[in-house]
Design a protein around this ligand. Structure first.
Ligand SMILES: [Zn+2]
Length: 432
C-alpha cells in the first residue's frame, strides 16, 4: 500500500504544479471533502467504507462536534458553488464538480441524521442516494406469486414449497471454497476479455459469521480488495456467480480498481480515495455490481455455465439448473417487495415482526433470512434501494448506449465504472 500511495502523490503533485488556478482550487476543495468524510466516520463506524489516502489525514480526523462538521461542510459547499467549472470545460471535470457537490450534500444529510434529525424512508434515500424507489402495492406482487404457485406444486404454503425447493440447491460447506474459486475464475476471465485492469490487482476471500449482509467488499487501495462471505445461513448455488461478480469481477473490486487507476492515479483526484457508504456513490456501486452479473453472464449463458461448471463443482445435479433459474428469475422480480417492507418499517408503519412477515409473504424470504434482512435494514436503512433500483437505473443507462450489442455493453459499463456519475445522471439523455 505504501509503495502505491507514493506513486499517487508523486503524480498528484506533478499534475498540481502545472495545473491552472481553478484546478488547484478544486484539488484543495476535494481534499477538504475527504477530511470531512473522515471526520463523520468518527461518529459513525459504518460511514467510511474505504479510505486509502494519506495516513496523516486519517490520524488528523479526531472526533469533533457534529455542528462544527456541518458548519465546515456548509462553508465548503459555498466554496464549491463558487468554483463551478465553465460550461465549456471537459465533461469529466464537470462531472467531478457535480459529484463532489452532491456527495457533500449527502454528507450533511447524514450528519443531520446522526444529530437526531428524522427523515422518512424516501426523504432519506433522496438525500443520501440521490434516488427514490417506486412504490408498489401488495397486489402488484400477486401475479408473480401466482406464477410461482403454478411452478412449485405440492402441499403447504408457497413459502414452504419454495423453501423446500431451494434447499435442494444448497452448496455443501465442504464444496464452498472450490465452487467460489470456479466462479471467481470465470467472472475474472470474462471481465478481462473486455476490461483492461492494472497489473497486480487481486483480492482475498474470507469466510465470516455474525453479519447482517451476505457478502462485503472492503477495498484496501493499491488495487487490492478483501472480500468477506457470510456463512451464517446456507449458501445457494446462485450465490457463487452472484457474489463472485458482485463483490469481485466486474463488480465492486473492478469499480474500485478503475476509480483508483483512472481518477486517483491518472488524474490525481483525492476525493476518490475515500468512499462514504451513505452517499450517492453507493447506488452506482451496488447498481453496477448487480448489473455486472448480467453483463458477465447474460441469462441463457448463465444457465449453461451453471449446468456445466458450478453445479458439478458444488456436487449438485446439473439437470436441475434450468428449472432452478426459471424459478429464481421470478423470485428476483419480487425484490421490490423488500423495499416496501423496509419503507413501511423505517416509516414506523409496521414493527420488526411485521416487516419479517411482509418479506416472507411478498418477497418469499424464509423466516431466518427475513430476520437477517430486518437486521440489515436496522443497520443500513434505505440503503436497500441501491441494489434493485440501482441495478435498474444502471441497466437503463447502459441499454440506452449499447442496445443489445454485447461488446458495446462492456464498453459503456467500463466507462460508467471509470467516471464520477451520480444516480440522477443515469436517467438523463444518452448523449452525455
Ligand atoms: Zn455490494
Amino acid at each position: 500500500m505504501v509503495r502505491g500511495l507514493s506513486i499517487v502523490f508523486a503524480l498528484a503533485a506533478a499534475w498540481g504544479c502545472s495545473a491552472p488556478k481553478e484546478t488547484n482550487q478544486m484539488q484543495s476543495l476535494a481534499e477538504q471533502y475527504v477530511k470531512l468524510v473522515l471526520a463523520v466516520g468518527q461518529h459513525d463506524p459504518d460511514y467510511v467504507d474505504a479510505f486509502y489516502g494519506p495516513e496523516e489525514w486519517r490520524k488528523a480526523a479526531v472526533k469533533r462536534p457534529l455542528a462544527d462538521i456541518d458548519a465546515e461542510a456548509g462553508a465548503l459547499a459555498s466554496s464549491l458553488a463558487a468554483a463551478a467549472p465553465a460550461a465549456s470545460a471537459d465533461l469529466l471535470v464537470q462531472l467531478r464538480h457535480r459529484y463532489v457537490t452532491r456527495q457533500l450534500d449527502a454528507l450533511r444529510a447524514r450528519v443531520a441524521m446522526l444529530g437526531g434529525r428524522k427523515l422518512t424512508f424516501d426523504e432519506e434515500s433522496k438525500a443520501l442516494y440521490d434516488a427514490v424507489a417506486p412504490h408498489h402495492d401488495e397486489k402488484e406482487f400477486a401475479g408473480i406469486l401466482a406464477q410461482l404457485d403454478t411452478l412449485l406444486p405440492g402441499h403447504g404454503s408457497l413459502l414452504d414449497r419454495y423453501t423446500q425447493f431451494r434447499d435442494a440447491y444448497v452448496i455443501p460447506p465442504a464444496k464452498l471454497e472450490a465452487t467460489f474459486k470456479a466462479a471467481i475464475e470465470a467472472c475474472r476471465s470474462r471481465t478481462l476479455a473486455h476490461v483492461q485492469l492494472p497489473p497486480g490487482e487481486s483480492f482475498t476471500v474470507e469466510y465470516v459469521t455474525g453479519k447482517s449482509w451476505s457478502g462485503y467488499n472492503w477495498y484496501q487501495g493499491n488495487y487490492r480488495s478483501l472480500i468477506q462471505v457470510n456463512t451464517d445461513l446456507p449458501i445457494f448455488a446462485d450465490r457463487a456467480i452472484d457474489l463472485a461478480c458482485h463483490e469481485g469481477y466486474p463488480g465492486h473490486h473492478v469499480y474500485n480498481v478503475l476509480l483508483e487507476k483512472t481518477l486517483v492515479r491518472d488524474r490525481g483526484w483525492p476525493e476518490f480515495q475515500v468512499y462514504p457508504l451513505f452517499s450517492p456513490q453507493s447506488l452506482i456501486a451496488e447498481g453496477t455490481a448487480n448489473f455486472g452479473i448480467d453483463v458477465a453472464f447474460p441469462p441463457a449463458d448463465r444457465v449453461k455455465f451453471e449446468r456445466e461448471v458450478i453445479f458439478p463443482a458444488a456436487g449438485l445435479d446439473p439437470s436441475g439448473a434450468e428449472r432452478y433459474y426459471e424459478v429464481m428469475a421470478l423470485v428476483d422480480r419480487l425484490s421490490y417487495a423488500g423495499n416496501e417492507a423496509a419503507r413501511r418499517y423505517i416509516d414506523g408503519e409496521i414493527d420488526a415482526k411485521a416487516a419479517s412477515a411482509w418479506l416472507e409473504r411478498y418477497g418469499l424470504y424464509a423466516p431466518a433470512r427475513a430476520a437477517q434482512r430486518v437486521k440489515f435494514v436496522d443497520q443500513y436503512r434505505s440503503y436497500v434501494i441501491n441494489y434493485n433500483l440501482g441495478k435498474d437505473r444502471v441497466a437503463q443507462f447502459i441499454d440506452a448506449r449499447a442496445g443489445g450489442d454485447a461488446a458495446k455493453r462492456w464498453t459503456a459499463f467500463t466507462e460508467l465504472l471509470s467516471s464520477p456519475r451520480l444516480p440522477s445522471d443515469l436517467t438523463v439523455s444518452a448523449s452525455r
